[in-house]
Design a protein around this ligand. Sequence first.
Ligand code: ZN
Length: 246
Amino acid sequence: MIRVLVWNEFMHEKKSEKVAAVYPNGIHRAIADFLGEEKDIIVKTATLDEENCGISKELLDETDVMIWWGHMQHHLVPDEIAQMVRDAVLEGMGIIFLHSAHHSKPFCLLMGTPCHLTWRESDDSEILWVVDPAHPITRGIDRFFRLEAEETYGEPFTIPNPDKVLLIANYSSGEVFRSGCLFERGNGKIFYFQPGHESYPTYKVPEVQTVIKNAVRFLAPTYRQPLSCPHVQKITDEGSYVIPKS
Ligand code: ZN
């Protein structure tokens, strides 16, 4: 079973009637609900309002893939929590950063760049084009899929060059954006996926759900160990070597 933790800031849904009408139980519940229908996935959720943002070392140790949605309250996530999430990724935990999580503390820590982009809310429609149809994350998606309306995100997106760009978006206004970006950091895999502005029902769109489900399976760790820098013994004449206790 793949153990998923969906983390959501859960503020817009409580402050805006328009957003609450789209996601009455919160974005985290909408994502947890469609993931929870999968036989190989078990889901927990956590939100900013909970003690320590609902995140602990023990919980991260039991999480294979984390999903992060945040927007207006990135600054309220304590640095220590963001560092804990970063360290779990370096050990091997997979993580999906959704939409405005491009400015979340854990994403910026893992990228090491400002992660700025251009943005506008003007009800543009969006087409997401599959760049890599052979990749497990785009499995089941045709050449493209369309979102009737989304927040417009545009380049330059000041991230490091991704290891792979899986999806590129273009909007009815003409902007283009690297909407599906894959990175590796330490033992962990990271997927940035752009759709998901809070006032649109984006997480109810089947293709968006397919990409997230595929990403969960792709990012699940195959190897998980804290990174270390051990002093090691020389290989002996017999070809054996000793790993010193750290
Ligand atoms: Zn947004």
